[in-house]
Design a protein around this ligand. Sequence first.
Ligand code: ACO
Length: 412
Amino acid sequence: MAAETLTITDNRTGKQYEIPIKNGAIKATDLFQIRVNEEEGIVSYDPGFMNTASCQSKITYIDGDNGILRYRGYPIEQIAEKSTYLETAYLILYGELPNKAELEDWTHNITYHSIIHENIKKLIDGFHHDAHPMGILLSTVGALSTFYPEAKKIFDVKSRHDQTYRLISKMPTLAAFAYRHSRGLPYSYPDNDLSYTGNFLNMLLFILHADHEQNCSTNAMRGVGSSQVDPYSAVAAAAAALYGPLHGGANEAVLRMLMEIGSKDRVPEFIKKVKGGEGRLMGFGHRVYKNYDPRAKIIKQVADQVFEVKGRNPLLDIALELERIALSDDYFIKRKLYPNVDFYSGIIYQAMGFPEDIVDRSGSEISPSEAGLSGCGNTRLRPDEQAFVSDLAQHPAQTFQQDLQLLADPHS
Ligand code: ACO
């Protein structure tokens, strides 16, 4: 069998080095022995982490060239169709889908941690009336660390689990409060008799955002978390990373772009500007996917179902025209720029009645952090998919159709 090593010749000195390859990777620190003088060993330069794994993880598998996304071995299409957000969160966190008893326990724990301390409301009151909800969200998530000082015991498994329940559970409450503050409305408390979905409407879109390898926000979470700070502070950093328009803020940017374009007939003129280097086509392109983002395909189908209930969003026609022209234009074809998950999600949220700036993502950063602390691992080291073969259909799931019904009639 061939040796699992890489032999490098340094032409400056004529010296040869043998570097071990493990799981398809070499350690950047192994390059440091390659040097001309005592002080300066070779380093690898990779500002955008284009070809650098910063950890090992078994959570998510992405094949960007073929548009494949799997959580714990399950294709995203299967999860989105058959599973609830809370089942997905459990799967990502613990590696397996919950059985009936585990799901009941998990759902109970998430449901009963949704209330936030009254003082958080006072904190939100201090924000200016037009404060961006994401700014409020990341500040209040960070503030939770002061309400749960035991969260700093990050090596205590029970404490970690408690903070996980709280983070997943309180995030919709904080997002909803941030929204109501921006509209000058009184805060309304979560109702424990409603499902998690019912408390923050549709979670299908959240399933699609539940995890995505070592992306910008997850890296922010991991970088900050590596200082052993409490998880709330680290999630605040991740939320800040997500806020940016090139990452989670893209769906808001897409809506603003569509509104600026204004009508279908102005699409060619807009595309011309993008090709001339005046701005980007927001919701297009991805660091990893060089093909149609599989989540965008699912979202596009969801859009049709949402519009059936809520009426067609006029911005959809502009988006469809943008997609049609871009997918047949050489500029986008050559650069492998396809719609990403955020191209249609903003339109759906808007159709549901949310203003552009209130789009929430939560929960996806907790699992890589939990994985880091509990020692599981394997990035890009493809999991043994056979180990994950299971039938989601066997699991009780509140389906998307039921969620849609909830949208149409929140009291049903
Ligand atoms: N519109 C027009 N041109 C683009 C776009 C776009 N959306 N994205 C990339 N390009 C062009 C670049 O100008 C560059 O062209 P050049 O080779 O002539 O210089 C080429 O494609 C490569 O661009 P990079 O920035 O190197 O591509 P990268 O893969 O690093 O960028 C990114 C990925 C940041 C997502 C980019 O495609 C982008 O800005 N998209 C718009 C913002 C967006 O939708 N973000 C959401 C991503 S999904 C998520 O984070 C949840």
